[in-house]
Write a protein that binds this ligand. Structure first.
Ligand SMILES: [Fe+2]
Length: 194
């Protein structure tokens, strides 16, 4: 079932960009909604939503039309697929060409990611030097099929497509991305200590 024009998804425009850009499967939305409505804390919600996605990751072709699955040579792309009417969660798809990456950032709420295609290399950072610098805390190579859930604080990271082909990932955020524009709380330009 497609949610492009059903289940209260209303095409609208944000920053001159139409959304939804693709479709989000109804069974996935209903399963996420069930977990969000439990009213658990952010980490517990992220863990449970990750459980929903694990083993249920859709084919990118079921989410985005072909041209959007090729990415953009200028920068990675984020396509908003669905926002829950009460704003409690949003679903996006990100498309990365080889070498494209995010800034170092953290998030306004819990987040669950599932890699659908390709590979995403993630570096996790911790604040140090009284908040004046970062240090690398962990690295993960997330291949297709990998699902990760996390919640602030301790969610400072950078993600890069280190593969030779396009990478595509599904993201569920505990926030209304149509209102906020994205899930980023802060971008970090602090020095990274060795
Ligand atoms: Fe992120």
């Amino acid at each position: 079932m497609s949610l492009t024009s059903t289940d209260k998804v209303t095409p609208s425009s944000r920053a001159g960009r139409a959304w939804p850009a693709g479709t989000c499967q109804g069974h996935l939305v209903r399963a996420v909604r069930t977990e969000v409505r439990r009213g658990l804390d952010w980490q517990q919600t992220a863990d449970r939503v990750a459980g929903v996605l694990r083993g249920n990751l859709p084919d990118p072709a079921d989410l985005l039309p072909g041209p959007l699955r090729h990415g953009d040579p200028d920068r990675y792309q984020s396509h908003l697929l669905y926002v829950e009417p009460d704003g409690s969660f949003s679903v996006s798809v990100m498309v990365w060409r080889p070498g494209q990456q995010t800034a170092i950032h953290d998030h306004v709420a819990w987040c669950v990611t599932g890699v659908l295609l390709g590979r995403e290399y993630e570096e996790i950072f911790a604040l140090t030097d009284s908040g004046n610098a970062l240090e690398l805390a962990a690295r993960n190579l997330n291949l297709a099929g990998t699902v990760s859930g996390f919640a602030p604080p301790g969610d400072i990271h950078r993600v890069r497509n280190t593969g030779h082909d396009v990478a595509i990932s599904l993201h569920v955020y505990g926030a209304d991305i149509s209102r906020l524009g994205n899930s980023i709380r802060r971008e970090y330009t602090l020095p990274i200590l060795p």
